[in-house]
Write a protein that binds this ligand. Structure first.
Ligand code: 13P
Ligand code: SF4
Length: 369
């Protein structure tokens, strides 16, 4: 069931009204109390794009790779209350033991990019690609994809990638097959392949709606097939934003996430994963100036953490990722109070077969990450 089906199903319950009436102080007090009470039985991983009101309770903060790794390493916690989005909670469920329960405080915390590739489209598309190229294609999927897509990739010999290890994984993939299908984010795929020296002319886009290639050259030349998906947050950084910064603040360094378009990455001074962006700004000299092209909760946190540097968002009208923002203090408290009552609310359960096949794709990545 995808996220949309789930929230429309009877299983989904909205936040009870009483949580809207509680003061922030009361919610902070209650969450702290419950965390204290559960101790090591409860573990809260928090993605860097989460709001501060949630991040303050995270036992670990990280990007998708780090959170996948800490979830796999934690054997103590009975309950993992995942503060991130649905595909990350699925990954945590796949990597944790059967007696560990993964909970997503709000089922509406999906990801529009992950929803851009479903299994039916992917199987149909892959069969058409194989009809064109024979058995020369290895699929790689960004972890920002549903467990069903990870399972498809695992069954077909491929692996997952994150923005921190995409280059390494693409290099590995080319030792396996002549061509790579990269899904669901065309931009991360294109930017990574370009960095490895593959010319843009050797990359074709696969349109899963029209079920066809968007490509003008000779298909025989194609090395990378890019699924036509994108992140609806990072696509909001534009060439216009860069021109504006260059014109008004020429001494600013521009650093962006590789989910931004090729044009934006090309015109920026630097590009890298969430982790890379955080580390680069941390290491930068006091007084240095930065325009950052990534999610806004994170950019605001970086600004607060570095008062000695001048930092702005590359797009001044940028908003946080709306689905990440679904996880807020009231939903976190609700999930924890249910646990206190002995009820597991919003558990993420990946079916056995899907988990088994996804694990193959995840393990091929974790062995190399
Ligand atoms: P990373 O955490 O891998 O940088 O991914 C960014 C993102 O968009 C997460 O949803
Ligand atoms: Fe998905 Fe983009 Fe939000 Fe990440 S930032 S959860 S990729 S929509």
């Amino acid at each position: 069931m995808n996220v949309l089906d789930l929230i429309q199903s009877e299983k989904h319950q909205g936040l009870p009204e009483r949580y809207r009436e509680l003061s922030t102080e009361e919610m902070v007090r209650r969450v702290s109390e419950i965390k204290e009470k559960f101790g090591n039985k409860l573990y809260i991983p928090g993605h860097h794009y989460q709001k501060d009101e949630v991040i303050q309770f995270a036992d670990t903060t990280g990007d998708s790779l780090q959170l996948a790794q800490v979830s796999a390493a934690n054997k103590e916690a009975e309950y993992i209350v995942f503060c991130g989005v649905h595909f990350m909670a699925e990954t945590a469920d796949i990597l944790t033991d059967d007696n560990q329960k993964v909970i997503l405080p709000d089922m509406r915390a999906g990801c529009s990019m992950a929803d851009m590739a479903n299994l039916e489209q992917t199987e149909r598309g892959f069969n058409k690609m194989k009809a064109e190229f024979g058995d020369t294609i290895l699929p790689l999927t960004y972890v920002n994809s549903t467990a069903e897509i990870k399972a498809f990739v695992g069954r077909n010999g491929g692996a997952t990638v994150t923005s921190s290890n995409a280059k390494k994984m693409l290099e590995w993939a080319f030792t396996q097959k002549e061509r790579i299908l990269f899904l669901p984010d065309q931009h991360l795929g294109r930017n990574t392949a370009y960095d490895l020296g593959i010319p843009l002319e050797q990359m074709a886009v696969w349109n899963p709606i029209s079920d066809s290639f968007e490509y003008e050259g000779d298909l025989e030349e194609v090395k990378v097939i890019l699924w036509k998906g994108h992140c609806s947050v990072h696509e909001n950084f534009t060439v216009e934003n860069i021109k504006e910064i260059r014109a008004t603040k020429p001494d600013m360094n521009i650093i962006v996430h590789p989910e931004c378009s090729r044009e934006v990455v090309e015109l920026s001074d630097d590009a890298g994963s969430t982790k890379y962006i955080i580390e680069t700004i941390s290491k930068a000299e006091a007084g240095s100036k930065w325009a950052i092209g990534t999610e806004m909760n994170l950019v605001n946190r970086i600004i607060n953490d570095h008062p000695d540097k001048e930092i702005v968002s590359l797009n001044p009208a940028m908003c946080p990722c709306l689905t990440m923002n679904r996880i807020d203090l009231p939903h976190l408290l609700w999930a924890l109070e249910e646990l206190e009552k002995g009820k597991v609310h919003n558990q993420i359960i990946v079916s056995e077969q899907v988990a088994e096949d996804s694990l193959k794709a995840l393990e091929r990545m974790l062995a190399r990450a």
